[in-house]
Design a protein around this ligand. Structure first.
Ligand SMILES: Nc1ncnc2c1ncn2[C@@H]1O[C@H](COP(=O)(O)OP(=O)(O)OP(=O)(O)O)[C@@H](O)[C@H]1O
Length: 276
């Protein structure tokens, strides 16, 4: 269980996250939605400790992660792997080494410096790539891959951390609809197979509805909705996005991320084929 208690984060005068309270049981697939600037990224970054809380605390399995220091903090950051909109791979390293970098924390620093990985680590990295269906790219430089492939490499790297949780900050915002589907399908499968909690920020409501069992809506730093996709009515969406933001939240034309799962099969023939 991840518990977020009265958490706020201030940047100067700006209250980015305001008094948020949430309890997220292990294994949930949660989508956080809201307009740009609503505080979604800051909330995720506080869970992973890329940002510290200004007030309140965050707890995982009874441990106050918002107060961890040193190795305990690094262990926590390994437990909650983060993936980003821009993938954050090392462009001129091959894919398999990028994936193995997920294992750096907790290894001998000298081996890390020399970038020496064991045969076991190489095998695990290959398996992670296979799981994401991109093992064939293992020896290519990361920068030669498409955006969708790079995000799958980033997910494989996250899996190398053996995480208890994956925090995904707008993971599909830079992808075309077909690759967005593949990435969201991968996150959903990882969540279902491994009982790994997935918390993902998403710009559009449709994607959150299609993939997440629980949706949290944020506006101006506050949680203004917390419920199931069915409970997310147009009125609620208006509260989250504001009347003038509704079009952005729903419109497929305005964003490439308004998608549905590849499985069960969808009728639209232009988006039914998996990406290569
Ligand atoms: N490091 C920072 N320094 C100053 N202000 C910040 C910082 N990080 C975030 N903010 C501000 O906090 C508010 C919330 O930002 P945040 O990135 O969490 O929102 P978001 O909902 O994730 O938006 P987006 O979808 O655009 O990423 C914004 O007003 C932003 O400008």
């Amino acid at each position: 269980m991840l518990k977020i208690s009265n958490v706020s984060r201030r940047f100067g005068d700006k209250l980015a996250v305001s008094d948020v309270n949430l309890e997220i049981p292990q294994g949930q697939m949660v989508g956080i939605i809201g307009r740009s600037g609503a505080g979604k990224s800051t909330l995720l970054r506080m869970i992973n400790r890329l940002n510290d809380v200004s007030a309140g605390y965050i707890e995982y399995e009874g441990v106050r992660t918002s107060e961890l220091r040193g190795q305990a903090l690094r262990n926590w950051q390994r437990d909650c792997a983060m993936i980003f909109q821009q993938f954050n791979l090392v462009p001129r390293l091959d894919v398999i080494t990028n994936v193995m970098l997920g294992r750096l924390n907790g290894r001998n620093p000298v081996l890390n410096l020399l970038q020496v990985f064991t045969a076991q680590e190489q095998l695990e990295a290959l398996k992670a790539l296979e799981r994401l269906d991109i093992a064939q790219t293992a020896t290519q430089w990361a920068q030669t891959l498409s955006g969708g492939q790079q995000q799958r490499v980033a997910i494989a790297r996250a899996l190398m951390q053996n995480p208890k949780m994956i925090l995904a900050d707008e993971p599909i915002a830079s992808l075309d609809p077909r690759n967005a589907q593949i990435v969201m399908d991968s996150l959903r499968d990882i969540n279902a197979e491994g009982k790994i909690t997935v918390i993902t920020n998403l710009h559009t409501l449709d994607t959150a509805r299609a993939y997440c069992e629980r949706i949290i809506g944020m506006a101006a730093g506050k949680v203004v909705f917390d419920g199931t996709p069915d409970e997310l009515t147009t009125d609620v969406a208006r509260t989250i996005y504001g009347a003038d933001g509704l079009k952005e939240a729903f419109s497929e034309a305005m964003t490439s991320t308004s998608i549905a799962p590849l499985r069960p099969p969808i009728i639209n023939t232009t988006s039914a084929n998996p990406a290569s």
